[in-house]
Design a protein around this ligand. Structure first.
Ligand code: ADE
Length: 256
């Protein structure tokens, strides 16, 4: 997988990506990363890349030409028109399934905007995917690009070692991960659940699945709707909900 990032802050991208698991994968040659500085393609006296928006309004816009020339330099070098992801809060919200799908590409270009945005005409010409990492506004596209590259990298064969691969699908089946514990057996008066010390693998699996469902029902009920549960598990969820409601009602009564 070759990542190419069009940015005004190449050092931010390179420092972030050359760290930890992605750094190891780059060193192994499983990933490559290049950060192309858009400013290097601003052929004016002060290497200016921004200007006022026509029609007025607050802030400055990144101009079309330097962005286009920086993109062309990549397309020419790799000999094809690559997929170009523009990071914007207006895009489709990033998801595990999108990461999985994008990991099939050989080359991916990320376009990071700054200021109030980028001249629409160059976006129309080069962007294939508009992607947001969530409903909040950041100062630029670099962090979202790194978030995407990190999660796409995990899907590239060989990037995670065996132990790390175990966690790959923490969204598998639309369920959250179960809680985990390590030594000591007791910490701050809290004990590790007995079942995990039992050595009984079937019971451990059963407990973990139950915890995943419980956790998803509590924290991400929106995910649970599309989760792959058996009828028995759905009944259990209903039971927990009823029980939880009764306990809350009881608490209310005690407080009255
Ligand atoms: N640029 C600024 N905010 C963003 C967001 N939430 N997602 C993607 N790109 C952005």
């Amino acid at each position: 997988m070759n990542f190419h990032v069009l940015t005004l802050f190449p050092e931010m991208i390179l420092q972030g990506m050359n760290t930890s698991i992605t750094g190891r994968a780059i060193a192994k040659g499983l990933l490559s990363i290049e950060a192309v500085n858009i400013r290097d393609f601003a052929f004016n006296k002060h290497q200016k890349v921004d200007d006022y928006p026509y029609g007025g309004g607050a802030g400055m816009l990144m101009q079309a030409e330097p962005v286009y020339l920086a993109y062309e330099s990549i397309a020419e070098r790799i000999g094809k028109k690559p997929r170009v992801v523009f990071l914007t809060p207006q895009g489709k919200v990033f998801h595990q399934s999108m990461a999985r799908e994008m990991a099939q590409e050989e080359d991916l270009v990320f376009l990071c905007g700054h200021y109030e945005g980028i001249d629409e005409r160059v976006l129309e010409e080069i962007v294939t995917d508009y992607v947001s990492i969530g409903d909040y506004v950041l100062t630029g596209g670099e962090l979202p690009a790194m978030v995407m590259m990190d999660s796409i990298s995990r899907m590239v064969p060989g990037v995670l070692n065996n132990q790390e691969s175990g966690e790959t699908e923490s969204f598998a089946g639309n369920l959250l991960e179960y809680p985990q514990y390590s030594r000591p057996e007791e910490w701050h008066g809290k004990k590790v659940p007995d079942v995990l010390l039992s050595g009984h693998h079937a019971n451990i699996e059963k407990w973990r699945r139950e915890q995943s469902i419980l956790r998803t029902a509590k924290w991400r009920p929106d995910l649970l709707k599309s989760a792959d549960l058996t009828n028995k598990e759905w009944n259990e969820v209903r039971q927990w909900k009823k029980q939880g409601k009764e306990e809350a009602d009881q608490k209310d009564k005690e407080e009255i």
